[in-house]
Ligand binder design. Structure first.
Ligand SMILES: [Zn+2]
Ligand SMILES: [Zn+2]
Length: 484
């Protein structure tokens, strides 16, 4: 009984804290009291920031606030001076290298003596108000995400676009006077919302400047997850980093430069994932470094994904080559949009293609985990409602897209395919790169199809694509990895 009461108390207590506060203990706590003697004064509370800090996050609270109308305004100074102030309108803020809570100034976090500012705007004569400042350094959650809480907790398929550019790199669109101008990031988020997406990764080239605006926009776009993205753009190929807001040295070069392996190692060590973009594009003067032409062998096993559909083009041969080597790399898609105002029927329009990820929640961690697991299909047409689900069943186990399955020689795999909004299309099964068996015609808007395949005990990957009557790929699913 006692145990139950304690558990219930713990539950109530922890639920009242923001998710963030439940995850990480503060590195510093500054506490004190304020009385009427300090009314209409400003005072600083000094604290020391050690070296090696790239992000500082602050939670502020005080009592006698609502009923007694106590009001404290807050701000912060680094050793060189002012880093922002938010009056009494924000109790939590974060300052990182490229992004900060609005009211605060992003940039590096110099070590040394910082000062937390309290301006006593109002306190009544009989009140003694206790305040508490919790300071956290290098919060992994705020390094990876612009929201502390998932936007939705629900196991389902979430639709998004993982590759696009804005004013912070080479995104351009028409101005009010129809001039060609850097295209505001806000328009990208608004267009993605209008097209029914659940998430976008804004992947401006090499910079971290776009994260400030993404942090500002995330509370407003509370149905559209904004994933920190970046296109690491090298002379020998492009790849996206997802889930990292810290700067990464992208200067890969044979002479006096870094290697691709070193850059990918940085992405992973900061909690992110890397995915190769448009590897089959040509490299030349028209598109410098667009194809995948590393000067030295690259450890492909450190990548999580490959962009198999870029803009409107399905390019799966490079991906298949990697799978043939025994690597598990999730096929994803990206519009590579460079103009948020581009109409939906034009090549490179936002949400074309859409990458559809099964995740347990709409958070950066949730979506990236879904990509890692390969629980992903690509909706090449950006349909908003098409669905492809695959289940493989042996006498011993069940696997879904992205899963591995052990199957001995002679084991029969029963394959269940579920497609939605694909009437009149055909489902093709590919084993390794090759079409296997007869295509399965789809008649209904919501249809379950069954087929079989017999294992020979060797390593294979089994995946499904949906083609329309003209033979165009409509949906592309990730494989079930047999004996990988
Ligand atoms: Zn690129
Ligand atoms: Zn790009």
């Amino acid at each position: 009984m006692m145990k139950y009461i304690r558990y219930a108390f713990l539950l109530i207590f922890t639920c009242s804290l923001p998710l963030w506060a439940q995850l990480e203990k503060p590195d510093l706590v500054l506490e004190g009291t304020v009385t009427v003697a300090q009314n209409h004064t400003h005072f600083y509370i000094p604290f020391t920031v050690p070296s090696g800090v790239h992000r500082i996050s602050v939670d502020f609270s005080y009592d006698h606030r609502r009923e007694e109308k106590t009001v404290f305004n807050i701000g912060i100074h680094d050793p060189a001076g002012f880093r922002g102030q938010s009056g009494s309108n924000k109790d939590h803020f974060t300052i990182g290298p490229g992004d900060a809570t609005p009211s605060y100034i992003p940039g590096s976090i110099p070590p040394g003596q910082w000062k937390f500012l309290i301006s006593v705007s109002n306190i009544r004569p009989e009140i003694t108000s206790k305040y508490r400042v919790e300071i956290r350094f290098n919060s992994p959650l705020e390094d990876a995400s612009f929201t502390l809480d998932p936007l939705e907790i629900n196991l389902r398929w979430y639709r998004g676009d993982l590759h696009m550019h804005t004013a912070h790199s080479d995104g351009f669109c028409g101005s009010q006077n129809e001039k060609h101008v850097p295209c505001p990031l806000f328009l990208t988020a608004q267009t993605a919302t209008n097209r029914g997406l659940d998430f976008i990764a804004i992947s401006d080239h090499n910079s971290i400047a776009h994260y400030a605006e993404m942090r500002e926009l995330q509370p407003y776009f509370d149905k559209l997850l904004l994933i920190p993205g970046r296109e690491m753009t090298t002379f020998y190929g492009h790849f996206n980093a997802f889930g990292v807001t810290q700067y990464i040295d992208y200067l890969v070069a044979e002479k006096n430069g870094r290697t691709i392996d070193e850059v990918v190692h940085d992405i992973q060590s900061m909690g992110g994932i890397a995915s190769i973009n448009h590897p089959m594009s040509p490299t030349g003067e028209a598109c410098r470094g667009c194809g995948w032409t590393p000067p030295a062998p690259v450890d492909m096993s450190k990548f999580t994904g490959i962009e198999v559909v870029n803009s409107g083009r399905v390019m799966d041969a490079f991906w298949d080559q990697q799978l043939a080597k025994g690597l598990r790399l999730t096929a994803i898609g990206g519009s590579d949009n460079h103009d948020a105002t581009k109409a939906e029927d034009q090549r490179g329009a936002l949400a074309h293609p859409t990458t559809v990820v099964q995740a347990k929640e709409l958070s950066v961690a949730g979506i990236l985990d879904g990509v890692r697991a390969g629980h992903v299909f690509i909706d090449v047409t950006g349909s908003r409602n098409k669905l492809l689900e695959v289940e493989a069943i042996t006498s011993a186990a069940t696997a879904h897209m992205g899963d591995t399955l052990a199957a001995r020689s002679g084991d029969d795999l029963r394959l269940h395919v579920h497609v939605v909004a694909c009437a009149q299309d055909q489902v093709h099964m590919l084993v390794d790169e090759k079409t296997t068996g007869e295509p399965l015609p789809v008649r209904d808007d919501d249809q379950a199809l069954d087929t079989r395949w017999m294992s020979d005990g060797a390593r294979h990957w089994v995946r499904f694509v949906v083609l329309d009557a003209a033979g165009n790929t409509v949906l592309l699913g990730n494989p079930i990895y047999v004996n990988f």
